[in-house]
Design a protein around this ligand. Sequence first.
Ligand code: SF4
Length: 365
Amino acid sequence: MEKDLDAVLTDFPKDKFRDHLVDWFLSEKRDLPWRENKDPYRIWVSEIMLQQTRVDTVIPYYNQFMQQFPTLSDLANAEEEKVLKAWEGLGYYSRARNLQTAVKEVQENYEGKVPSTIDEISKLKGVGPYTAGAILSIAYGVPEPAVDGNVMRVFSRILTISDDIGVPKNRKIFEKAVKALISHDNPSAFNQGLMELGALICTPTNPACLLCPVREECLAFEKGLVNELPIKSKKKKPKPLQLVVGVIQNQEGKFLIQQRPENGLLANMWEFPTAEVESDTVQKNEILAFFLNEKYDLQSGKFNYLFSVDHIFSHLIWKMDVFFAKTTSNVESETYRFVTLDECKELPFPVVHQKIYQQIEKSLL
Ligand code: SF4
């Protein structure tokens, strides 16, 4: 395909394409909070939040995050628990943790100034080729490609690239194409124009070709291939995982919560004690009792079923059965605490466990 791409690029009307895209972006761009200025820190935060999350969802989180952590040093010096709390609801919490690790690195190694070269910026935690290209082009005017799934879709159509956009190694092909076409006068408007085109016009289904600023140059439109491209392999279905959750209340009416391990999914967040099980009900009770009995002297010696709740991640589904028990124990440790439901709300809690305390609030209190 690379040979074909070279041939396509040779004949492609590059200047016309660039001008149409950049002019359209400059006149039609949406007013978004991260476009207020070229502060690389603000752009960085927006790009991390926008990964796997829609613009409309991100805006209120972004505004609130910027109020809480207006500068890079505010974020670098913040407690991790506060950062996770501000991120709560956006999901993919490793993004927040990596972002904070990286801004600390910028503070320590680059005197608080976000690096402006591809080599330096790419070394920061959580900064992949897309984020690096977006920050460099938008904040510093460096002509680096910023290729995500949207840009691959748009380029697949414009240049009729038939390589599967679901295969990670094919990103290189699209980066090469963007490098060949990017505007050196205004790389920021070019990259943002591509992103905006993918979001508003060249959408996954029913692209609005009749409103498209680059329709004249678009090869898929010319050849009637708009509905055939891009080629994208199907994602694997999320794997179901059976979990039991213990809502355990002490004699003061407080609930036991535990902190998740510092690595892996939802790292360091708080939750009601949770264990993975086979689906059989009797076994669930046994596992819960075993899980907690040693430390927690359960009054009834048995958990009562409350309700079930599912939560879908990109790669797995948590199928959770929630049980209730009373305890006379008050034992706490670094990773186990007894708290009121109001105190739960002050801690970083995964959304599905928030659903649980909301249900408990309704049914138990
Ligand atoms: S003409 Fe249609 S397919 Fe081509 S870039 Fe524009 S919206 Fe996408």
